[in-house]
Design a protein around this ligand. Structure first.
Ligand SMILES: Cc1cc2nc3c(=O)[nH]c(=O)nc-3n(C[C@H](O)[C@H](O)[C@H](O)COP(=O)(O)OP(=O)(O)OC[C@H]3O[C@@H](n4cnc5c(N)ncnc54)[C@H](O)[C@@H]3O)c2cc1C
Length: 419
């Protein structure tokens, strides 16, 4: 094993770099840095398998390195955006786990940053950044999915607290989360978008009941959540009263971004969306001697082309964001195209597997994994807002088509008929 040049040498300096490197050396097992330096994947995998990721994230979070651009009192280090980016690139190059599990960091944190007062930020952000509190999202309801603003869960003020009643559904990781992004109706007399408020709900509070659901692939991923007289402190209110819809748009914008393949924090967005990547699908064709078949070649080339175009579009969106420009139309189309290309790729894999995709040997772990991944990707065009709704957004906001008619616009939510 020969040591090569320091892979982090190109990272720009930033305040606290020595301190961060010392912390990494002290908390990671010996041999880690050498394995990274020499790109010794096998050694690194072995070391990673012995690591307890939540402990590492907790240590990095406590020292402010999970979101270094946040204020120190909110769990960050008060670094500039550029310095924070350098610090996070260093962590990525060290291949150290630094993202808390759940939707706290990608979805709740930017919403709290934008909408909450100082006290709420001080309460909610530090445990989020250390991973002590994992977050889930309580937005969808049985009668309010795409039309989320119709939600019927209520929060009624009682002194310094709010009393919440209602039912949510599809709550990913609700069975593991300690906190939730909750939107609830606080003014039934206002039109549906205006009477909503956004809270950070303690999932351990009395009156929160989580019931697990099993998805099409047989996995427990999401839940129903029943809320009965749950008390939420006003200090855990994330948005101003009545501004919950606007704050929810911050969360949903971040979610679209996370599911679009634009964000490259994780190894790939496939870790969130399920499905296998193009090289693995190509490998099936090679293993089965199918790469000489004209039809297979056409299908694979089309998938490869779509994948590359999506990658470049995502790159354009990233570059715009980095240079401080507003997100352009590419931000709206990547969510739709990521769902389409990911689903199409898994369908191609099923075609290549042929009969093995429907009658596999139960002991064949690899075949089983392909089916599970194929089934999981069916959700890509539903989760985070369906592809039809995304197309409506593109139609209205990008192409400037007339808005979808709403016969109840401006009408008090309580006067809108519900089935
Ligand atoms: C795997 C997965 C994880 C999820 N995780 C969460 C979570 O953690 N938290 C959370 O709050 N929610 C979550 N969701 C819920 C998700 O956001 C909703 O399923 C989604 O918004 C659609 O709502 P719905 O299921 O009620 O479908 P509906 O809104 O009832 O839609 C049914 C069909 O009608 C179409 N449709 C509806 N309105 C229109 C329209 N105006 N124009 C054109 N077509 C329309 C839809 O596209 C869809 O095909 C998750 C969903 C999935 C699949």
């Amino acid at each position: 094993m020969s040591l090569t040049a320091d892979p982090t040498a190109g990272v720009q300096g930033f305040p606290g770099r020595d301190e961060l490197e010392e912390l990494l050396f002290s908390m990671l097992p010996s041999g880690w840095w050498e394995a990274v330096q020499s790109s010794d994947e096998a050694a690194l995998q072995l070391l990673k398998s012995g690591l307890h990721n939540p402990d590492i994230v907790a240590q990095l979070g406590s020292a402010g390195w999970v979101a270094p651009h946040y204020d120190v009192e909110h769990g960050g280090r008060g670094l500039s955006r550029d310095d924070a980016r350098s610090a996070l690139s260093l962590l990525a190059l060290w291949e150290v786990p630094h993202v808390p599990r759940g939707s706290g960091l990608p979805l709740a944190a930017p919403t709290i940053q934008q909408w909450s007062n100082n006290e709420t930020k001080r309460r909610l952000l530090p445990p989020l950044l250390t991973g002590t509190e994992r977050w889930c999202q309580l937005f969808s309801e049985p009668g309010a999915g795409s039309d989320m603003a119709s939600l019927a869960t209520t929060a009624v003020r009682d002194g310094d607290e709010w009393v919440v009643n209602g039912q949510k559904v599809w709550t990913t990781f609700g069975h593991e989360a300690e906190r939730a992004m909750l939107i609830a109706r606080t003014d039934p007399a206002a039109p549906k978008h205006a009477g909503i408020t956004y809270f950070g709900l303690d999932m351990r509070a009395r009156g929160v009941e989580v019931r697990q659901l099993v998805n099409i692939a047989g996995q427990v991923e999401f839940n129903e959540v029943f809320l009965t007289d749950v008390r939420v402190s006003d200090c855990d209110r994330i948005s101003p009263v009545g501004d919950g819809w606007k704050a929810a748009m911050t969360t949903l914008g971040a979610e679209r971004h996370a599911l679009s393949g634009v964000r490259k924090k994780r190894k790939s967005s496939d870790e969130i969306l399920g499905g296998k990547a193009f090289p693995e699908v190509l490998r099936i064709a090679q293993q089965r001697g199918l790469t000489g078949d004209d039809r297979v070649r056409q299908v694979l080339m089309a998938a490869f082309t779509a994948d590359r175009i999506l990658g470049w579009t995502a790159q354009r969106a990233r570059d715009r964001a980095r240079s401080g420009q507003p997100v352009g139309p590419e931000g709206s189309i990547t969510k739709i195209s990521k769902a389409m290309t990911n689903q199409r790729l898994q369908e191609i894999a099923m075609g290549l597997l042929g009969a093995d995709a429907i009658a596999w040997d139960a002991a064949d772990v690899e075949a089983n994994e392909w089916i599970v991944q194929f089934l999981r990707t069916r959700a890509n065009s539903i989760e985070g807002g369906t592809s039809e709704i995304q197309r409506n957004i593109v139609g209205e906001r990008v192409l400037g088509l007339p808005r979808e008619p709403d016969p109840y616009q401006g009408v008090a939510w309580r006067d809108v008929p519900r089935s």
